[in-house]
Design a binder for this molecule. Structure first.
Ligand code: NDP
Length: 281
């Protein structure tokens, strides 16, 4: 049994599965294609886009990049999105966020075609997560966490799962997905009292806090599974929300940062894209 839950192993399995499914789709005349909609030349967006293109190529999925000017108007942005919404050759759309100030994300999230919304941007898809309707798209980070738990055969039914963080991107949707697997879920946040004691009850502890190295061995029940969603930079170095060195001895199994959840998140775009292709009639 591996103690370090590596994201790369999970990602490789996802790629293999998606490549096979992609071949099957192609044999039926469906050629999976993702569109990324980027506004401006933000360095981290460009590097994310490059990594998506590389990853998708591994499953033979093509990516159409649509790059719009930084000062694009709402109307022009909306028109570009509508073109992608209506293009039958595009199965999934990823809008890079945050968008520049002149663009209204709250409007755009209602505009994206929910059947192509592989990043779970649309409130329709988010709502589906909360009503246990599997016909939409799960947000990629929570889905990545579930893929890791499943890949490593981590039992959830009847287990105490404690989540630190209640954001709409990670904590809340993930709590619903865990409940659907019959885990007993506790959600903690900045106002939670006795956080350490609550966390120490967890069979599975998931940290999505955004505070570098906050969770140490004092939060962990011996033998617990620890999933670190955090991506932080402390003294110029990437680290998770969990202090890995402190937690490693106490935890039964643990995801590292980097090399854990973050690396699986991007491959979940692929999982969702294949799902979108299968929706095509
Ligand atoms: P948010 O800032 O939106 O949410 C953080 C949550 O943590 C909030 O619910 C907040 O509580 C809670 N929190 C903050 N401080 C404390 C504290 N001291 N004790 C207990 N709870 C606390 O962050 P996100 O959910 O967007 O992201 C969380 C982390 O995950 C970040 O490090 C982010 O970089 C990372 N991330 C990683 C991804 C990946 O692919 N691996 C993708 C997305 C995010 P309250 O609600 O009360 O404010």
């Amino acid at each position: 049994m591996t103690k370090r839950l590596l994201g790369s192993t999970v990602t490789n399995e996802i790629i293999l599965k998606c490549r096979k499914e992609c071949e099957e789709l192609k044999s039926k005349g469906i050629k999976p294609q993702l569109a990324v909609l980027r506004v401006g030349e933000n360095k981290s967006d460009i590097s994310y886009e490059t990594s998506i293109i590389k990853l998708m190529a591994k499953a033979d999925i093509s990516v159409k990049s649509v790059v719009l000017k930084e000062d694009i108007s709402q109307e022009d942005f909306d028109n570009n999105l509508k073109v992608l919404n209506d293009n039958d050759k595009i199965h999934g759309i990823l809008v890079f966020r945050p968008l520049p100030k002149q663009l209204d994300e709250d409007k755009i999230k209602y505009l994206i075609n929910p059947n192509k919304d592989i990043d779970c941007f649309s409130p329709i898809n988010l709502a589906k997560v909360f009503i246990s309707d599997n016909s939409g798209f799960y947000p990629c980070t929570p889905l990545g966490v579930m893929e890791i738990l499943d890949h490593y055969d981590i039992e959830l039914e009847g287990k105490e799962v404690v989540l630190i963080g209640r954001s709409l991107v990670v904590g809340k949707p993930l709590s619903m997905m865990l409940l659907d697997r019959n885990a007993t879920v506790t959600i903690c946040h900045s106002k939670t009292k006795n956080l350490k004691e609550v966390c120490k009850k967890a069979d599975v502890l998931i940290a999505a806090v955004g505070r570098g190295n906050m969770v140490n061995k004092d939060y962990i029940k011996p033998g617990a599974v620890v999933i670190d969603v955090g991506i932080n930079f402390v003294d110029g170095k990437m680290c998770g929300d969990v202090d890995f060195e402190s937690a490693y001895e106490t935890a039964g199994r643990i995801t590292p940062v980097p090399g854990g959840v973050g690396s699986v998140t991007t491959s979940c775009l692929m999982v969702n894209l294949i799902k979108a292709c299968k929706m095509v009639k």
